[in-house]
Design a protein around this ligand. Structure first.
Ligand SMILES: [Zn+2]
Length: 355
């Protein structure tokens, strides 16, 4: 008997390609992704749409009439479903990763977007289910909604993979799950905004057939990042003239301490003496020099400014330590210009012999 599989696969892939190129929703979202403007909600729409057109392409060519003995044998199911579902995974994860990239950029998260592994178990589940049926027509629904659900799950997996990564790096991801249309009670019960992973329900990424719920990285999480960054920005205003002397104010308080506490050679921390200046400032590594900063990637991860923008600088200042003013050579990292300049990780390189 002729092997019908290559012909069927070919026809399905052709139809899928046609439907893809004619679909305005897909084209529009892909275009937005190209310009870094796509959202997770749109990624879900995109994935669901991919699922629908793939399911359409299946039903155009698969039936009890076209399949040998009217059923989809395991080996046929595998050779047709594996590459086509795998293709949906590639397309859906690409758009979802663009959505995550946009989130990261807005929140100034310097981590690269991670691609989730293909969920082979889900594909195997569909293959096993359809090939266990004696009559394809009675079970053709398996290549309908479950294919849409599979495609949308890819978006959930991109979100989960990256939220997990952010949590590992000490960020505070939040995830929103929203019901779309009239979903079931179960879905309504897990709708909400959650700190992830700690505060989230166990099933936050689960979906049943016909579930169009969306999951996304919370923009509130984003806002929180901004607030945190502002804290770093607000204080050192007087200190902000690039490579001019840095005046040390008299104010104290938590933010002041953050910006100006100085690590001493013995590991303790002290403050710059109020009302003094840091002078003879010179940038000696990083941006604009030939010397790379070894810790640049660490700085990017910790402070969300790009690794390439950091400068390492030195200058002379007065440290207030154990009731005494001590002159010291100081080293620190800085980034940004004017009012947005940040100074971090200041330390005493050596004490100088005068007070
Ligand atoms: Zn749902």
């Amino acid at each position: 008997m002729d092997d019908v599989t290559p012909k069927l696969l070919d026809a399905i892939q052709n139809d899928f390609g046609d439907l893809l190129s004619k679909n305005r929703t897909l084209a529009c979202i892909a275009e937005k992704a190209k310009y870094g403007k796509v959202t997770y909600k749109e990624a879900h729409t995109y994935a669901a749409e991919l699922g629908k057109i793939l399911s359409q392409a299946y039903s155009n060519h698969l039936s009890s009439e076209t399949l040998p003995d009217g059923k989809m044998y395991f080996n046929i199911a595998q050779r047709i479903l594996q590459p086509t579902l795998g293709n949906n995974y590639e397309l859906a994860s690409e758009i979802a990763m663009q959505a995550q990239k946009a989130v990261n950029k807005k929140a100034k998260i310097g981590l690269a977007v991670k691609k989730p592994d293909l969920n082979q178990d889900k594909i195997d589940g569909i293959i096993n289910r359809i090939s266990s049926e004696d009559n394809f027509d009675d079970a053709s629904w398996i290549l309908d909604e479950p294919v849409v659900t599979f495609s949308q799950s890819v978006v959930d997996e991109v979100l989960k993979t990256n939220a997990d990564l952010h949590a590992v790096y000490g960020l505070h991801p939040r995830i929103i799950r929203t019901t779309v249309g009239k979903c079931c009670k179960w879905c309504q019960s897990i709708t909400g905004v959650y700190d992830y992973p700690g505060g989230a329900p166990r099933d936050i990424f689960r979906r049943h057939n016909r579930c169009r719920c969306t999951t996304e990285y919370s923009p509130n999480g984003t806002k929180r990042q901004d607030v945190w960054l502002k804290k770093w920005r607000t204080v050192p205003k007087s200190a902000l003239r690039l490579n001019n002397d840095i005046s040390v104010g008299h104010s104290s308080g938590a933010m002041f301490k953050n910006a100006y506490s100085v690590k001493l050679p013995d590991g303790r921390y002290a403050r710059l003496a109020g009302g003094t200046k840091i002078t003879k400032i010179k940038v000696f590594a990083g941006k604009g020099t030939d010397v790379p900063i070894r810790e640049a990637n660490m700085l990017e991860k910790a402070y969300h400014y790009k690794a390439k923008d950091w400068e390492k600088a030195r200058g002379e200042g007065i440290i207030r330590d154990e009731g005494e003013n001590k002159k010291a050579e100081l080293h620190w990292y800085q980034v940004g210009k004017g009012k947005k300049k940040e100074i971090v990780k200041m330390k005493v390189k050596r004490f100088m012999n005068e007070s």
